[in-house]
Ligand binder design. Structure first.
Ligand SMILES: [Zn+2]
Length: 206
C-alpha cells in the first residue's frame, strides 16, 4: 500500500484504510483513479474505489413560547459536561429534518416542529457539515436521554457561553440572538477552516 499524502495543498489527508471493504484484500493503492482528480484508495485486487466524503451533522435549536431555548449538558465525550444543542450524525435513508427531530428526541426527550434551516456550517478540516434547524418546542415534557446529563431552558442572559461544547453551537446561538434583535431570519451560511488550538495543558502531549 502506498502511503497517502495530502491530495492537494490545504486539503486534509483521508482516513487511512487497511483493507478493501468489498473483497477484504489488504492491497490498497492510494492514487488518482482514471478520470478523477483526487487520490483515493483503490483495491489492487477487485478494483473497488473507496470514496470518502463529509458527514452531515443535523440538529435543532428548540425555542419555547417565552423565547427561552433548550440546551443539553453532554454526558459523553468529547466535551463531557459542556452544553450543546441537540444534534448528531445523519443516518443513511433519513431526511435532514427527520434526523434533526430524532436527535432532539434522543438527547433531550423533546418534541419539536422544525421551522427553517437556521445555520449551515462547513468544517473542511474535520470533514463535516453542520445543519442546525430553528424549531418550536411543542411542550415542556422533556428530559435527558442517555447522552445528556441535564436538559434546561435558558434565557439569552443565562446562556453559558463559556461552557458551550462546540464552536458550531456558539455560532448558531450567536446568529439566533442577533437575528432576534434585528427581526431577521437565517439561513446563515459559513465555514470554519481551521481546527481549534489545543488547550495549554494538552500542548506537547498531542
Ligand atoms: Zn477489493
Amino acid at each position: 500500500m502506498t502511503a497517502p499524502s495530502l491530495p492537494r495543498a490545504g486539503l486534509p489527508a483521508p482516513l487511512t484504510l487497511h483493507f478493501c471493504s468489498h473483497c477484504g484484500s489488504p492491497r490498497l493503492d492510494f492514487r488518482v483513479p482514471d478520470g478523477d482528480s483526487l487520490p483515493r484508495y483503490v483495491c489492487a485486487d477487485c478494483g473497488s474505489i473507496h470514496y470518502q466524503n463529509p458527514k452531515v451533522v443535523v440538529g435543532c435549536l428548540p425555542v419555547w413560547d417565552d423565547g427561552r431555548i433548550l440546551l443539553c449538558k453532554r454526558a459523553i465525550e468529547p466535551r463531557l459536561g459542556l452544553w450543546t444543542l441537540p444534534a448528531g450524525f445523519l443516518e443513511n435513508g433519513e431526511s435532514v429534518i427527520a434526523g434533526a427531530v430524532r436527535e432532539t428526541v434522543e438527547e433531550a426527550g423533546a418534541r419539536v416542529e422544525v421551522q427553517d434551516l437556521h445555520t449551515l456550517i462547513s468544517l473542511p478540516p474535520i470533514h463535516q457539515v453542520y445543519m442546525m434547524f430553528r424549531a418550536q418546542l411543542l411542550d415542556l415534557d422533556f428530559g435527558p436521554g442517555p447522552e445528556s446529563l441535564e436538559v434546561r431552558l435558558f434565557d439569552e442572559a443565562d446562556v453559558p457561553w463559556d461552557a458551550l461544547a462546540f464552536r458550531t453551537i456558539v455560532r448558531t446561538l450567536r446568529n439566533f440572538f442577533l437575528d432576534r434583535k434585528r427581526g431577521a431570519t437565517g439561513p446563515h451560511l459559513s465555514s470554519i477552516e481551521r481546527r481549534p488550538p489545543l488547550p495549554p495543558d494538552l500542548r506537547g502531549a498531542a
